[in-house]
Write a protein that binds this ligand. Sequence first.
Ligand SMILES: Nc1ncnc2c1ncn2[C@@H]1O[C@H](COP(=O)(O)OP(=O)(O)O)[C@@H](O)[C@H]1O
Ligand SMILES: [Mg+2]
Length: 405
Amino acid sequence: MHVVFLSPGFPAEMPLFVRGLRQVGATVYGVGDQPAGALPEQARGALADYLRVDTFGDEEAVVDAVRRWLRGRNVGRVECLWERLMYLAARLRAAFGVPGMTMEQTQVFRDKESMKQAVERAGLRVPRHGRAKTKQEAWAAVARTGYPAIVKPIDGAGSKDTWRCDGAAAFEQALQRTAHVPELAVEEYVDGEELTYDTVCADGRVLFESVSWYRPKPMVLAQNDWISMQNIVLRDLGADLPRPGVELGRRVLQALGFRTGFTHMEWFRTAAGEAVFGEIGGRPAGARLVHAMNYACDADLFAGWAEAACYGRLSQDTTRKYNAAMVFKRAQGEGVVREHRGLAGLLQRYGQHVACLELTPIGERKRDWRQVVVGDGWLVVRHPDLEQALRMSEAFVEDLTVVAG
Ligand SMILES: Nc1ncnc2c1ncn2[C@@H]1O[C@H](COP(=O)(O)OP(=O)(O)O)[C@@H](O)[C@H]1O
Ligand SMILES: [Mg+2]
């Protein structure tokens, strides 16, 4: 199988997927805007060839350049796991007549309003919603959604420019704060827990599925710099917490006609136990969630995805053995990291359950968590019993401080 892979060196997890493709026997042709010498070793080592383009911005030029470069080589797939280049990937597929997501399908996965309409048409629960290019349209939309409402970019990411509004004054303020955003989504605010539903699919079959639980909500994290994020991959999908999301997620995939690859859906679970659709990407979750899923199953989903994409199967054992709780730490104070306060005691108590632990080393500068998603550290603790996993995860949130000064 010959695969064209867009941007093999960036974002950070792409080299792992390239490595996965190589591992399952694919021949991988990388196309990127980085100089070949700047590619991470893992990506470079797995590529059969690499085409550097000046920019991904001019899609037509990229298609022409790739066509010239590939001449005589047969391509079976065009893969792109980076949200930003998904339209380009669809264009390349159309140009070379290879299967995978088309332009229309990509639009449903990229545009929050289109995706909600498609999910809603299938009779599934989505927040009341509208789109707005002008202030007038925004006020008309909020008249339909009611308060509390959410204002966010129609094609946002990372909870950027996302505001909860409890009344008209807050809504006006949110419109001022988002005046630079070309198009907004206005939604009913759904109160509840926030979870994910992630899959690897092939030919419309779900080969792997997983639910993880954000604590706290991503929006709260984006607005409070002292909070450590936890994301817990749940072992038992039949339990009360994840089950409604699994049912919703499967139906969403069907409604959107998703065929092959990774998906990452976010959903809300109300106090009454109802699952409400949030958003979905036709790509893997970021923020190390694929790693956390791997730790929950002792599997390698980078290679698992590759096998599914190339050969339509997933032959690894992906049985979940653990609840895998991932924690991101943000250093307190400014400047250089001086201390990992509380770490020794935590390792003494829970060391055998720590699957991975990476903190900004003492003596290095504190990272900017707005730029580096893991901030000043990430760790995974895991346990077959959810309560135990949660207790350990809380302990690493509460009792571990990365101290800068
Ligand atoms: N309708 C909603 N109700 C409640 N919270 C929401 C709603 N829409 C967004 N949020 C909050 O804002 C965050 C970011 O919104 P989301 O649609 O996931 O965009 P993105 O992740 O692309 O920035 C969500 O994770 C959630 O915490
Ligand atoms: Mg989101």
